[in-house]
Design a protein around this ligand. Structure first.
Ligand code: ZN
Length: 182
């Protein structure tokens, strides 16, 4: 097990677009393992490399008992949205908010060996693909909310006990999210 500290909102790494993976080597396989171990420990439904301080386009997911990873993802989204679905994020421990997302997503990318992969997801899986791919672009779920919802979210974030802490001083294990956080 190689559980890493999860970076919290406020850490600049979460706002930095990640670079495409070019080397499908032992280091990459270790990164996928670290992401998987850290996601499962949290527990979370997804985790992107920038959330453990690594600026590469890699995420892991664990939704509906399906565990996997995707590298250099490219998404194709349905036009129909789930406006009301609650979404959490391991970088915002203990908080979740209604966040609009496409109901279906097709995610194309590569596996850790550089082989092409196509994943199809609906509902939480589709939400996870969108949330994690956003992380790779430096986009956070608060950016996807309408302004009224974002205002409520920012108030809750400011009041959260972890708010303003400078990672990686504290390691969080936000069990309260019920495994829904991403
Ligand atoms: Zn997240």
């Amino acid at each position: 097990m190689a559980i890493q500290s999860i970076r919290l909102f406020g850490d600049p790494v979460l706002r930095t677009p990640a670079a495409p993976v070019v080397d499908f080597d032992k280091e990459l396989r270790k990164l996928v393992k670290d992401l998987t171990d850290t996601m499962m420990d949290a527990p979370g439904a997804g985790l992107a490399a920038p959330q453990i301080g690594v600026g590469l386009r890699v995420f892991t997911y664990y939704v509906d008992d399906q565990l996997g990873h995707l590298i250099n993802p490219d998404l194709d989204l349905s036009a129909d949205l789930d406006e009301e679905g609650e979404e959490g994020c391991l970088s915002f421990p203990g908080l979740s908010f209604p966040t609009p997302r496409a109901i279906r997503a097709v995610a194309k990318g590569l596996d850790m060996h550089g082989e092409p992969v196509t994943l199809e997801g609906t509902d939480l899986m589709a939400r996870c693909f969108q949330h994690e791919t956003d992380h790779l672009d430096g986009i956070l779920f608060i950016d996807r909310m309408d302004s009224a919802q974002r205002k409520l979210a920012m108030k809750a974030i400011r009041e959260a006990e972890w708010s303003g802490l400078t990672p990686p001083a504290v390691k969080f294990s936000p069990h309260a999210t019920g495994g829904k956080a991403l």
